[in-house]
Design a protein around this ligand. Structure first.
Ligand code: SAH
Length: 331
């Protein structure tokens, strides 16, 4: 499916046709245009001839059954992964990819190691949510939250990500509130500044992973361009303009960023009122080791003692390689 092509086909039709079709695709979840009975037969046929609503995906399921990873094949043969995380109270969250691969090359992340192939278009981002929405329909459930934490860097595919968020938001499409949508970035300052002016109430997360530039540059090459000081400057501007708190993700990696000294250093640069820290245990990607339970606890305790707002991320899907940093397709 391609949204531009759809709009082109509809350019001589009455304007309400687009709304009818959007509703059929995103709310009624049809996968065949001939099922839209409100459209003239000719138009249905034309749409079916030129556009394909089928999504080529296959699922691997975690033994704990709280996580399902989908491998989705795109029209040019490129493949991406998306993950559905199921919490108890039906709070289904989809982790979407925005690029095929990733150009950022963070040393701990598998996606970076597969290199960067291309940006996803708006529908390719949306279709990941649609895939799981269709799946959940069979159980009378829906997708409630979206996190842009799959493959790729959202700020480097900015326009398509924003357009996708608009469709996710759209009452005549997915109707998922902006506050239920989180964008995670490795800290692209231009993108954070742009987002601050966007007037979208989505959540912003920064992949920080280090308390200072020396460590961060070693594990995240982007830090040479956008260092911690410039990121925090952009974040403060974002908070001033949007009045939203910002989440800092910190993956604890054994011997790299997990000492008590690192926790003290991190405490010094975190704003107690406006920042939140989310600790993640490094998911094994074969490069580093993850710290022991006590080390994580000590790190967390230092932050708490220093008055920092800190949470620990529940790890989903490690056993099917669907956890943070483990998304990479072998083609
Ligand atoms: N490019 C964006 C979106 C990716 S989100 C970003 O960097 O934020 C994926 C999250 O998982 C990021 O916070 C990333 O740094 C983190 N991550 C990557 N590899 C990881 C690993 N092996 N263990 C834990 N977290 C990891």
């Amino acid at each position: 499916m391609n949204l531009d092509k759809l709009k082109k086909i509809l350019k001589d039709e009455k304007s309400y046709r687009l709304s009818q079709i959007k509703k059929a695709i995103f709310i009624d979840l049809i996968n065949d245009f001939s099922l839209i009975s409100s459209l003239p037969k000719e138009l249905r046929e034309k749409l079916n001839n030129e556009l394909d609503l089928k999504i080529k995906g296959c699922i691997s399921k975690s033994e704990k059954t709280d996580t399902q990873k989908a491998l989705i094949s795109l029209s040019d043969g490129a493949q991406i992964e998306s993950v559905l995380m199921r919490y108890e109270n039906g709070r289904n969250t989809v982790c979407v990819s925005c690029q095929v691969g990733c150009p950022m090359n963070c040393s701990f992340c598998l996606t970076g190691q597969m290199g960067f192939k291309r940006n996803l278009d708006t529908f390719e981002i949306i279709e990941q949510v649609l895939y799981f929405q269709r799946l959940l329909k069979k159980e009378n459930q829906t997708v409630k939250n979206i996190v842009f934490m799959g493959m790729g860097e959202p700020m480097l595919n900015y326009d398509n990500v924003i357009n996708a968020i608009k469709i996710l938001n759209d009452k005549n499409a997915f109707n998922i509130g902006a506050r239920k949508i989180s964008i995670s970035t490795c800290g692209i300052v231009d993108g954070i500044n742009k987002l601050a002016d966007e007037n979208i109430q989505s959540n912003l997360a920064i992949s920080l992973h280090a308390p200072g530039d020396e460590i961060r540059t070693k594990i995240m090459p982007i830090n040479k361009k956008d260092n911690i000081k410039s990121i925090l400057g952009a974040v403060d501007n974002y908070i001033k303009k949007t009045n939203r708190k910002v989440m800092f993700e910190y993956a604890l990696i054994k011997g790299i960023n997990d000492s008590e000294k690192n926790a003290q250093e991190l405490s010094k640069i975190m704003n107690k009122k406006l920042y939140m820290v989310n600790l993640i245990k490094y998911n094994n990607t074969g490069i580093y080791k993850s710290p022991e339970r006590e080390v994580i606890k000590k790190f967390k305790d230092v932050l708490i003692k220093n008055g920092i707002n800190v949470t620990e991320r529940y790890r989903f899907g490690e056993e099917i390689n669907a956890a943070c940093g483990q998304l990479a397709t072998k083609s």
